[in-house]
Design a protein around this ligand. Structure first.
Ligand SMILES: *[C@@H]1O[C@H](CO)[C@@H](O)[C@H](O)[C@H]1NC(C)=O
Ligand SMILES: *[C@@H]1O[C@H](CO)[C@@H](O)[C@H](O)[C@H]1NC(C)=O
Ligand SMILES: *[C@@H]1O[C@H](CO)[C@@H](O)[C@H](O)[C@H]1NC(C)=O
Ligand SMILES: *[C@@H]1O[C@H](CO)[C@@H](O)[C@H](O)[C@H]1NC(C)=O
Ligand SMILES: *[C@@H]1O[C@H](CO)[C@@H](O)[C@H](O)[C@H]1NC(C)=O
Length: 397
């Protein structure tokens, strides 16, 4: 206190630790007019970031003095003759407002507080008498806090979890806390005070949580809560067809819903040990395959899928190409028959055995050709084709 000044100092020491004779003296002279002082309704204020803070304040002075200047300061060190006036500080001037007439009530509002505003603040007044002035110690301590969600990173499905909305000081304004998940306000399951209790956590409870105070603009940074659970919905997809031709592979893909991601093993139904691992598996053989997904919370297996590997059949190949080159196949076939026949005739000459020259109608190659012809209209050779005409000739022989 900078009051080394005559009667004022006496009154002040009375306020601190009143010696009995002095009280007696003052009562006689009437305390009401001689009282100097500043009082604040809150000496510690804990406010939320971006909120408005009200610093309630009243002051008294003897009526024989005239008030010259009243102001708030945050610096108990004089700059020149006086302490710096907060309302002349560019960082405060726009945000500071006196709510009353300054005659006895020195209450101010400071808006949009930031953490930089955390400080001590004092009310100061001066009168027309040089030594009649007052510095309102001990002042008001302002702490500006943000909010932080305190939560475990992950929780297992079915467990319960408690989230806390933390501030660095106990908020003076005891407003209601509100909670958000993925920016959506949670209307239900709000717990008492600044806590959110999630009982028997479900997978849908996973998300980014933030908290705020009702009727305040500030919202805490969001914190991710992850819900872990055993694999579910494990199934195998076949990429492509389940029927493949020998030498090709079919890719099986295992899908599962789990958190954390699962390890996947592949099994063939008739084998006890796994045949592979990883999300996808290339089946080379026929069989029934399934996958099994597991993480630290459990495991689940899929239904089996059937993979059929077919041998390469000449017939199917011919069928496939017959539209394009039926005639060529026919010529080749006849060429084979002709060669056989020639060999046969040659042998017959050697063996003098005419029977050996009969063409076997059950020859598999020939059969395939006829099959192909019957199976597809486009494969029918033209009836007057000279090549075709050769066949009855051979048959007649
Ligand atoms: C201060 O103001 C009061 C009230 O107006 C007056 O009575 C007093 O004489 C003034 N004192 C001085 C030193 O000017
Ligand atoms: C001072 O003014 C404030 C704001 O208007 C008010 O809330 C407070 O009650 C007043 N104090 C006194 C002692 O009248
Ligand atoms: C601060 O509060 C004002 C209204 O009082 C609001 O318009 C603004 O968006 C808030 N700023 C932040 C960072 O929350
Ligand atoms: C399994 O997956 C299907 C399709 O994606 C979905 O409709 C179903 O709800 C899932 N079942 C479970 C238990 O998650
Ligand atoms: C399925 O096969 C196609 C063609 O080989 C490939 O492009 C695609 O990525 C595969 N899909 C999956 C899910 O593996």
């Amino acid at each position: 206190m900078s009051v080394g000044e005559t009667g004022v100092a006496v009154v002040m020491s009375v306020r601190m630790a009143p010696p009995l004779p002095l009280i007696f003296l003052l009562v006689i002279h009437g305390v009401s007019s001689a009282d100097w002082g500043v009082s604040y309704s809150h000496s510690h204020i804990c406010a939320l970031k971006n909120s408005s803070v009200i610093m309630s304040c009243t002051y008294t002075y003897p009526t024989e003095y005239q008030i010259k200047k009243v102001f708030w300061t945050k610096n108990p060190v004089k700059v020149g003759e006086e302490y710096p006036d907060l309302s002349e500080d560019p960082e405060y001037s726009q945000r500071l407002q006196y709510l009353e007439d300054k005659q006895q009530n020195c209450t101010i509002r400071l808006s949009h507080v930031t953490q930089k505003d955390s400080h001590m603040y004092y009310f100061r007044f001066t009168t027309n008498v040089t030594k009649g002035r007052w510095f309102g110690k001990p002042g008001v301590s302002l702490t500006v806090t943000d909010l932080q969600v305190e939560s475990p990173e992950r929780v297992t499905e079915g467990d319960s979890v408690r989230l806390t909305c933390k501030s660095s000081c106990a908020l003076t304004d005891r407003a209601t806390f509100i909670w958000y998940r993925n920016s959506q306000p949670l209307t239900e399951r709000r717990d008492r005070n600044n806590q959110l209790l999630l009982q028997s956590v479900r997978r849908e409870d996973a998300g980014r949580y933030s908290c705020a105070l009702q009727e305040h603009t500030y919202i805490s940074p969001a914190v991710q809560l992850s819900v872990t659970y055993a694999p579910k919905n494990v199934s195998v997809f076949i990429n492509g067809s389940g029927e493949i031709v020998e030498g090709d592979t079919v890719t099986l893909i295992c899908s599962s819903d789990s958190n954390p991601p699962t390890d996947i093993s592949w099994f063939k139904e008739d084998q006890s040990s796994s045949v592979g691992s990883g999300q996808s598996f290339s089946a080379l053989q026929s069989g029934r395959f399934y996958c099994e997904a597991h993480n630290q919370h459990g495991s689940q297996r899929s239904d089996a899928v059937t993979v059929t590997v077919k041998g390469r059949l000449v017939i199917s190949h011919i069928s496939m190409v017959c539209g394009a080159c039926g005639a060529a196949v026919f010529i080749i076939t006849l060429l084979i028959l002709w060669l056989k026949n020639r060999n046969c005739a040659h042998n017959a000459q050697m063996n003098h055995d005419d029977q050996a020259c009969d063409v076997e109608m059950t020859d598999p190659v020939y059969e395939n050709v006829t099959d192909a012809q019957q199976g597809s209209n486009t494969c029918k050779p033209e009836p007057n084709s000279s090549v075709y005409e050769n066949i009855p000739m051979k048959k007649m022989k």
